[in-house]
Design a protein around this ligand. Structure first.
Ligand SMILES: [Zn+2]
Length: 459
């Protein structure tokens, strides 16, 4: 239910020049494969080293942090361990946009800035600058994540997205990373054979992409009986995996999905292993799960994902509210990796629905899994306590029986006094290409996390 365009919004196209720092790539390739088994103390020592260096940089080169430290009466010597991070206020996207020039390091050219743009899940367009070092760690962490599925560098993969290519082509081969870009909206029953041939030609056995795009591909393959394109591994990215997408893709392909969560701003990266554990990448960013009062969530408690990027020196973001929620966990994973776990990712602040009794409900994704025969669904809220659910059925149709169980389940989350209307439609109401959202909340109070107690109380 996080917005389908949240996290690493565009799944940027890979260009070698954005990552060309061989020494760093080799270093992080060596380091990350070892650090995934580090003890907690050893990992904290590595994080502290990276954070200290980032803090020194911020206080020397970034006007925003120099001024903030003055305003808060803080000095560099107040920071002696990772625990001191909480002395800094939580910032968010609007803090950054309102002070954008002051967030830029005065020596940014040294870090080879790459401009990038996003339309943003909150409808706020944003330009951003990424630095070469941050790109390298991002790529190496993703490489490590892919490797958990059995991927080896150089193996071809399909990059399947839910939007059309800018060039309007039906596919594009990127030789630089051996990926075959496929726009899912272009795939249909009449041309699936053409795509099957392309997959064969490029020996594609690894799928990476938006889960909605992979779901669409699997539906077309299932409808047409096309089985020659079956993957051996799947990594989802760029969107949340909805339960009905996961269950259909996994049962159809027989492959377990590994999910991935990251942000355009490089302030958090979470990778799901084949055993199902959501692992934080602590070498990439410090991730805190904070409750609305600003305190750290305990085991089993939900809170906002607040990330401190450890590598982007061009626009350093310390304690950045991602507006996504997760449940804290201190468990260890059966895969043997010691990277910290989150119990689950639970959604975005703007993708919650206000019930009649004044609660913000967020577990719609779980309820939806009880609905069968759904091709696509979308929740829309325009008034407090009133919710519309739009269902696009698949070819078998959406029966009253399908609806009943899901409706009962949703009533548990929303309460009996909330008005829930279900509409069976041929298209969801908000369906701009590439901008599908599972939840569209039109309430003013849902749109700006800057109003939250978490950030307001710490200003
Ligand atoms: Zn694991």
């Amino acid at each position: 239910m996080r917005s389908q365009i949240r996290r690493k919004q565009q799944m940027r196209e890979f260009k070698i020049r954005d990552f060309l720092s061989v020494r760093r790539i080799l270093y992080w390739r060596w380091k990350l494969w070892r650090s995934q088994y580090y003890s907690s103390e050893k990992m904290k020592a590595l994080q502290w080293k990276l954070f200290s260096s980032m803090l020194d940089h911020c206080l020397e080169h970034v006007a925003y942090y120099k001024d903030e430290f003055k305003r808060l009466g803080l000095s560099r010597s107040d920071f002696r361990s990772l625990d001191d991070l909480s002395k800094l206020p939580v910032i968010n996207k609007w803090t950054m946009l309102d002070n954008f020039e002051r967030f830029k390091a005065d020596n940014m050219k040294k870090f080879r800035p790459t401009p990038c743009f996003t339309s943003g899940s909150t409808g706020t367009p944003m330009a951003f600058l990424l630095d070469i070092h941050s790109n390298v760690i991002e790529m190496t962490c993703q490489w490590r994540h892919f490797s958990w599925t059995g991927y080896r560098l150089g193996q071809p993969f399909a990059d399947i997205r839910n939007k059309i290519l800018v060039t309007l082509e039906d596919h594009k081969w990127n030789w630089q990373c051996r990926s075959l870009h496929i726009p899912a909206p272009a795939i249909n029953a009449s041309n699936i054979g053409y795509y099957a041939e392309l997959f064969k030609k490029h020996r594609i056995r690894f799928w990476r992409g938006h889960p909605s795009a992979l779901h669409h591909l699997c539906l077309v393959m299932s409808d047409t009986g096309e089985k020659s394109m079956m993957p051996e591994r799947i990594v989802c990215s760029g969107e949340p995996v909805l339960e009905y997408q996961r269950s259909f893709i996994e049962s159809f392909t027989g492959v377990r999905i590994c999910d991935d969560f990251g942000l355009f701003e490089h302030t958090a990266l979470i990778s799901q292993c084949p055993e199902g554990g959501y692992h934080v990448n602590p070498e990439y960013a410090i991730v805190e799960i904070l409750k609305e009062d600003g305190s750290h969530a305990k085991d089993g408690e939900e809170g906002r994902i607040v990330g401190t990027g450890l590598h982007n020196r061009i626009i350093p973001l310390l304690r950045y509210d991602t507006c996504d929620y997760a449940v804290q966990s201190s468990k260890t994973c059966t895969c043997g990796r010691t990277l910290p776990l989150l119990e689950k990712l639970t959604g975005r602040s703007i993708e919650r629905l206000l019930t009649a009794d004044g609660r913000w409900a967020s577990e719609m994704r779980i309820a939806i899994k009880y609905g069968k025969n759904i091709r696509m669904s979308q929740f829309v809220q325009e008034k407090p306590g009133e919710i519309d659910l739009y269902i696009v059925p698949n070819k078998d149709g959406f029966s009253i029986e399908d609806s009943r169980k899901m409706f009962d389940e949703l009533t548990k989350y929303f309460g009996k006094t909330t008005v829930l209307r279900t509409h069976v439609v041929s298209e969801v109401p908000y369906h701009e290409p590439g901008k599908y959202k599972f939840v569209v909340n039109k309430l003013a109070s849902a749109s700006k996390p800057a109003e939250s107690a978490l950030t307001a109380s710490r200003r």
